[in-house]
Design a protein around this ligand. Sequence first.
Ligand code: SF4
Length: 347
Amino acid sequence: MHQSFDREGLLHWYDANARELPWRVSPARRKAGEQPDPYRVWLSEVMLQQTTVSVARDYFLRFCAHWPTVHELAAASREDVLKEWAGLGYYARARNLHACARKIVADFAGGFPRSARKLADLPGIGPYTSAAIAAICYDERIAVVDANVERVISRFLALEKPLNESRPEIRKSVQSLVPERAGDFAQSLMDLGATICRPRGADCEICPLARGCLGRTTPDPARFPLKQKKKARPVRYGHAFVLQRGDNMIWLCKRPEKGLLAGMTGVPVSPWESQFAEVDFPMAGNWMKAGCVAHVFTHFRLELEVWELRGADIDPTLPGWWVPAGDLAEEALPGVFRKVLATAGFE
Ligand code: SF4
């Protein structure tokens, strides 16, 4: 890879084309000796794990206006930090951000540790963020591999594998390439992935890595990295029971407090199993089959046979309560039970 990967050409391209980002020290300023502020790099990297560059930019600027240094952020209340973070989601990150700022002030007098290994001991800083801070701020010769970099290298090497299989190889390849300008190198690969070797297309004609790129010699370089095959979702089968009394009341019940759809409202159901079991009706009566429904949960697909029992004097002995059919819309019914009721004619 070494001979074919034009590292100098890539850095040259970066010198002329680096994106201007509020947390970044441009290659020209970097060459003049300016060092990136680890506080700003850390903030930006944590935000970029949640969102796109354009959204992160606004949040970043607001954070820096409120808390220009790690000392101010550490002194802020957690509520204020969470409030500013609102909209980015995954609040554990914001809590860790705040805890990390406090630790840096308490244990390191406000100075970030200068190696990836030590940075990785801080709250919320994983292998990627520690490598990014150490490379960008201190030029530690360590591979910084984000999704952009994974894509560029997968294409460059035309790796006929999905990322879950090729990650170790990609990391090793990048690690073997890291030059003295480690920070600029990391950012040049990120920028190349964001602007030229993009997720949905590759502008190979203007790419500084075009000469050695194997992906480019194939009919469709954007085919890499290969998509991971989705595991087939298991299917579970069961029966659902809709009871309708003569005065147009429907029988509902509460789901168990543990497990899927815990504590929510539904209709009586059989256990959900790996194949259709013979139906065991919850009470005697003239049950009729209303149809079938399928519903996809995160970890499995559910297929239910829907049975209905209609009669003037139904008196179930199972736990539950009657609800007028016209009021079903106001009940807290999960989607799967709405489908079941619709199959029996109650929308
Ligand atoms: S030559 Fe094309 S496929 Fe290869 S790295 Fe550049 S843009 Fe990506």
